[in-house]
Ligand binder design. Structure first.
Ligand code: ADP
Length: 544
């Protein structure tokens, strides 16, 4: 082909550009953090950028070379944000590690990524002291605290104070230019199947993801917003919010490790938060707090809920009782993470209320930049008719094509197999019916555990629900409903099963109910079905 060369500037898409943009155009916009110490800290985008430059100098002085990994074990806060930019901006790789994992898992992940430096929050000092002997390749340990908080004695060799590092530099540093395909950060999947695997994002993939996430039909984050990222910065880069917030120059409110309903509510009110994003479990705690105390939100306008299926009843409560718009989103670590969001098309605006709600409870349409398909067991594409369900596969600008340090190709014909099972309707609305390993196969039919859970939590006495498949002599597998009731509420097995009548075909209704004081959760706040399945694998089904 004889193509005509374009004549536009070639400027690499680099993460440092985000923070220099925020500092220049929204320099006095605030970044407020609830610190581990309990107090509230206030800084600005301009100050964060300057401190990130100083930290980049300090990391170079510690001997970090381009491409080196800098690990973090930290909550959402301004120092963590500075590390994000100091590392990626200077050609290092930011490796966020989930402090809620078991110490052996944490050590395994740090060793796999070969982190050279490890930065951590004050309340994680005992954890790091515990794992220090297991991470021999870490050369420097940085405590993210003020100088007067440094321990007098510690088992950690080479422990340095973050504030000392920053204070020792003047910040006369120019963010370097390099190839936009350079690695910027690494996040590990939670390893629900086998060892955790690292997804290595690039500067380019991160910037394109940020453009897409800020769009009105995506997260719709604007300069006038005050954004509280509930989703942790150690979980898929807080769904990209640290980058998106810099891109749009909004106010930032970091909650630290305090994610209970009361702490979140008070911070949201005090700082007039307008937008937030997180997993359903956290919102359950917040809703519970406002409901029990008869409170209202004075500034909170919209939220993106994802990471696990958001029940329709939660969307309804937020909208009807509190005037908060809920956008249901689906994604995963391997997708940076955004894939789909529940946003209407104009043809849906006149829909009857119930239909509109049903549509918005789905995981939604892909954002531009991602493509999806569903395939059967032989890899054949299935129709988009809202009925056929199959393995969900995706491709796009911010989808991995390989895992860190793995040589095998995880793709299937150029598509990334997500491990989720879904339907897609003619309008492109995707509905996750299950993770493939959670599907219930009953007498040759598949039953969606998510559909059963969403209905169960709509019952007024039910706080949380999880449906698992348990072996059944006649049907192969049958659904077992496990529930946690709301404090003080009562409900019988029969009442809960009767609640399904008329809402689902009878053969899909669970055969039994187990009442539990709480459900097991993973380190990222999802219900641990693996544990539940193990606990109830020998469950005795009632007769009849
Ligand atoms: P991990 O895979 O390590 O548990 P991820 O955050 O990457 O952590 O999890 C991605 C998975 O979470 C998806 O593959 C899907 O199963 C589930 N998930 C994410 N968002 C939703 C959603 N809105 N509805 C249902 N499941 C979801």
């Amino acid at each position: 082909m004889n193509l005509l060369a374009g004549q536009m500037m070639q400027i690499p898409l680099l993460i440092s550009h985000l923070i220099t943009h925020a500092a220049r155009h929204s320099g006095d916009t605030e970044i407020v953090s609830r610190r581990v110490e309990g107090d509230l800290h206030r800084t600005t985008w301009a100050e964060a950028e300057l401190r990130a430059r100083k930290l980049a100098q300090a990391l170079a002085r510690l001997g970090c070379q381009p491409g080196d990994r800098v690990g973090t074990l930290a909550w959402n806060g301004y120092r963590h944000l500075e590390i994000y930019y100091a590392t990626s901006g200077s050609g290092l790789v930011c490796h966020t590690v989930n402090p809620r994992l078991f110490p052996q898992q944490i050590a395994w992940i740090i060793n796999d990524a070969e982190d050279r430096v490890l930065c951590f929050d004050l309340n994680l000092l005992p954890l790091v002291e515990q794992l220090v002997v297991d991470v021999p390749k870490v050369k420097h340990f940085v405590l993210m605290a003020d100088k007067d908080r440094m321990p007098a004695e510690t088992k950690i060799p080479n422990l340095v104070c973050y504030e000392d590092l920053v204070a020792a530099e003047v910040g006369d540093y120019t963010w370097p230019d390099f190839d936009e395909n350079t690695a910027s950060s690494i996040c590990y999947t939670s390893g629900t199947t086998g060892d955790p695997k690292g997804a290595v994002y690039t500067h380019r993939s991160t910037l394109l993801h940020s453009f897409a996430s800020a769009l009105p039909d995506s997260m719709n984050v604007r300069a006038t917003d005050a954004v509280l990222p509930v989703v942790p910065m150690f979980h898929v880069n807080a769904w990209g919010l640290p980058y998106t917030m810099a891109m749009v120059g909004c106010k930032v409110v970091f909650p630290g490790p305090f994610l209970d309903g009361k702490s979140l509510y008070e911070l949201m009110e005090a700082e007039q938060v307008t937008f937030s994003a997180g997993v359903p479990t956290v919102w359950l705690g917040l809703l519970n707090h406002v409901q029990t105390n008869g409170l209202k939100f004075s500034s909170f306008k919209s939220t993106v809920i994802g990471g696990a299926a958001c029940p329709a009843s939660m969307i309804q409560t937020f909208e009807d009782d509190y005037g908060v718009e809920v956008v249901h989103a689906w994604g995963m670590t391997e997708l940076s993470p955004l894939g789909t969001l529940s946003r209407l098309r104009s043809k849906h605006l006149g829909l009857p209320e119930a239909d509109r709600r049903a549509l918005l409870a789905r995981q939604g349409k892909v954002i531009y930049g991602i493509d999806m398909r569903i395939v059967d067991g032989d890899g054949n594409a299935l129709p988009w008719d809202g009925v056929a369900f199959g393995d969900l596969e995706v491709r796009g600008h911010w989808v991995i094509n390989r895992y860190f340090a793995h040589t095998n190709d995880p793709l299937h014909d150029g598509w990334f197999p997500t491990g989720d099972v879904a339907t897609i309707d003619a309008d492109g609305f995707m509905l996750i019916t299950d993770r493939s390993k959670d599907v219930i196969k009953s007498g040759g039919e598949w039953i969606s555990s998510i559909a059963l859970e969403n209905l169960a939590v709509a019952h007024p006495a039910v706080y949380q629900a999880a449906v698992i498949s348990v072996a059944h002599p006649q049907w192969g597998e049958r659904p077992l409903l496990t529930v946690v009731l709301k404090p003080g509420a009562t409900a019988t097995r029969e009442e809960l099963l009767a609640f399904y009548e008329g809402k689902l075909p009878r053969w899909q209704i669970p055969n039994d109910v187990v009442f539990l004081p709480e459900l097991p959760h993973t380190a990222t706040g999802k219900i641990q079905k693996l544990k539940l399945r193990a606990a109830f694998k020998d469950h005795t089904w009632p007769q009849g």
